[in-house]
Ligand binder design. Sequence first.
Ligand SMILES: Cc1ncc(COP(=O)(O)O)c(C=O)c1O
Length: 366
Amino acid sequence: MLERYGHGGDLETASSLYGRAPDDFVDFSSNMNPWGPPEGARAAMLRAWERVGAYPDPAARALRRALAERHGVPMEAIWVGNGAAEAIDLALRAIAPKLAAAAAPGFAEYETAVAHAGGRLLDLPLSPDDGFRVTPEAVRGAAAQGADAIVLGHPNNPTGRTLDEDAAEAALDAFRNVVVDEAFLDFSPDEERRTLIRRAAERPGLFVTRSMTKFYAIPGLRLGYVVAHPDEIRHIRGLAVPWSANGIALEVGAAVLADREFAARTLAWLPPERAWLAERLAALGLRVFPSAANFLLVRLPEDAGTTAADVQAALGRDGVLVRSCATFRGLDASYMRVAVKRREANERLLAALAAYFAERKESMRG
Ligand SMILES: Cc1ncc(COP(=O)(O)O)c(C=O)c1O
């Protein structure tokens, strides 16, 4: 199974499964911005290398200052760490929930982080019939079942659906402790209107987690942050390992954040390319769920006589990686997730899928 370690983007596992070199795949199983990393990242990395003999700033001040300015919040409301995965882990350890509600399907690390914090997960079941919407009723229902925290993806992974305002309000009304994972929200042209970051800086118990690895395509460097009330951030700082964001990541982070042209180019590219890919996938008979992120959740046709794992293996041998969603709570073997990449790569995915379905049809007939 490609998701041996619970995630997409595992090129070492792909290499051992499909007999190709790790860099001989077009990877649709993890969701990086195909236009990145931005130009200035390499120079920033080399600048940081000159100072690699010194400790990085333990308070990550330059990057926090830049993020504070970007989001219009005080820098005391920001903690920077080693990717959103660490940000989520620390937010949940700060909350220490006994029972935390999270959408099913949702990002697998929520369950791990809740377990690290000593709690259990309560599934908030989502349905394909309404496009995997988190409803205010379901949020209130989770509180009524005794959940003392809620974790929500905005947008959610793997569905790509953003949190509706009424569901966000219901969560803030029903729970003191709310984690909103905005790892992919920077791919939305209306990010500024939709983000809960400004709320988080003022409202104790609301933690917004952010990733810089996806939009800027630097997952190998690891960089993410939490925005919360300054008292909560002090608590997080007390729990964190010092220098968790390394000096190279901090320098690159500040450089890429300043590159507004890169951001504008990405935001102009994504909506039309995503719509184009969705249309072509639907033409192959797949059900495509609407997404605000740089990935699409798709469902195999009922009469396909195949599973996401079969598709994944066939395409993998062909050098194309997709994410089977069978490991997501609340989904089954008929779901897959694919990243939106550049046109040439998207065409390669579509051709591989078309060839696979044609072959299946042929063998079912024969
Ligand atoms: C929804 C979601 N949140 C957070 C993360 C973690 O991101 P990072 O690479 O910044 O740790 C991921 C990574 O796949 C993700 O899909």
